[in-house]
Design a protein around this ligand. Structure first.
Ligand code: AMP
Length: 282
C-alpha cells in the first residue's frame, strides 16, 4: 500500500479533519526519519489506541546545537516511506523546513524545569527546539494522542510538562525502548557507527546495567557510577558526558535506590563521532 504524503499544513489538517468527521481518533508519532524498529513500535502503539495514525517525518533544524550533527543526520525519505507502508500508518506528514519555519518566524516554546540537567546541560537550546516543533506538530495535526519513546526520557518528560502547562488537548503516551539483541538501544544515529564501534556500542547499556545491579544491591549511586564509568572509559573509546541515577517521576538526582522514586539510570557518551544516549529503569 502506498501512503499519501502531506507536505503542507492545510493538507495534513484536511486529512485529520476527514478522519475526525468519520468519528475516528487520531494518533501522532513524531519522528526525524531514519526509521527503525523503535519507531515502528511507537506506530504500532498509536495504532492500538487510535483509528488513524499520522507519522511525521521532519528533521527539525532548530533542535540541533551542532551544525555537523544536523548535516550528517541519516535520512532517506524513499526508504522511510517503504518502511511505513508495512505498518498501520494512515498518513505521513513530511513538511519542508520553510513550511514549518517560514520567513519571519519569531516565536518559540521554552520549558524551564529548573537546573540544566542531563542533555539540557550539554545541548544548549536543544529542548527549546524540541518543545517548539512538537507544539507546532500538535497544533498542525490536532491529534488526540502522541507517542514518544522512553529512549529519550528527558524529552518525554519535557513534552508531558509542556502539554500540561499549555493545556494542549492531547495525551502523551510513553513507549518502552526497543533494543538490539546485544542490548544497544535502536537509534537512527547507530547507522553512523563504524563496524568496530558498533561492536563496542552495547557497552553503553552494560554500564547502565552495572549501575542498576549495584544500587539495587544497596551500593551508593556515586560509587556504582564511578566504577561503571571507569570501566566504560578504560580503553579510551567512550567519552562519557553524564552517567547518573535520577527519579523517573521528577528527574531529581538520587544517591540511594528506593522504588518509590522510580529510579532510572541515564547515560550519554560519545563513541567516535557519534553521541549515544540511553536510560533504564532500576
Ligand atoms: P527520533 O526520530 O530519533 O527523533 O525519534 C522519534 C521518536 O522515536 C521519539 O519519541 C523517540 O524517543 C522514539 N525512539 C527512538 N528510538 C527508539 C527506541 N529504540 N525505542 C523506542 N522509541 C524510540
Amino acid at each position: 500500500m502506498t501512503i499519501d504524503v502531506a507536505r503542507s499544513i492545510p493538507e495534513i489538517r484536511n486529512i485529520v479533519a476527514k478522519a475526525k468527521q468519520d468519528g475516528q481518533t487520531v494518533g501522532l508519532v513524531p519522528t526525524m526519519g531514519g526509521l527503525h524498529a523503535g519507531h515502528i513500535s511507537l506506530i504500532e502503539h498509536a495504532g492500538s489506541l487510535c483509528d488513524h495514525v499520522v507519522v511525521s517525518v521532519f528533521v527539525n533544524p532548530t533542535q540541533f546545537n551542532r551544525k555537523e550533527d544536523f548535516e550528517n543526520y541519516p535520512g532517506n525519505e524513499a526508504e522511510d516511506l517503504k518502511v511505513l507502508s508495512g505498518t498501520c500508518t494512515n498518513s505521513v506528514f513530511a513538511p519542508s523546513a520553510t513550511e514549518v519555519y517560514p520567513e519571519g518566524f519569531a516565536t518559540s516554546v521554552t520549558v524551564s524545569t529548573g537546573d540544566k540537567i542531563l542533555c539540557d546541560a550539554h545541548r544548549p537550546g536543544h529542548f527549546d527546539g524540541v518543545a517548539t516543533v512538537v507544539t507546532k506538530l500538535f497544533l498542525q495535526t490536532g491529534a488526540d494522542i502522541a507517542c514518544f519513546g522512553e529512549k529519550d526520557y528527558q524529552q518525554l518528560f519535557i513534552v508531558k510538562r509542556l502539554v500540561a502547562d499549555l493545556n494542549i488537548p492531547l495525551r502523551i503516551e510513553p513507549v518502552p525502548t526497543v533494543r538490539e539483541t546485544d542490548g544497544l538501544a535502536l537509534s537512527s544515529r547507530n547507522a553512523r557507527l563504524t563496524p568496530e564501534e558498533r561492536l563496542l556500542a552495547p557497552r553503553l547499556h552494560r554500564a547502565l546495567e552495572q549501575v542498576a545491579d549495584a544500587v539495587r544491591g544497596g551500593e551508593a549511586a556515586s560509587l556504582a557510577i564511578a566504577k561503571a564509568q571507569t570501566w566504560l572509559e578504560s580503553d579510551n573509546r567512550f567519552d562519557v558526558e553524564y552517567l547518573e541515577m535520577r527519579s523517573g517521576k521528577t528527574l531529581e538526582i538520587l544517591e540511594r535506590h528506593d522504588e518509590q522514586d522510580e529510579p532510572r539510570v541515564f547515560i550519554a557518551a560519545n563513541l567516535g563521532k557519534v553521541r549515544l544516549i540511553d536510560n533504564i529503569g532500576v
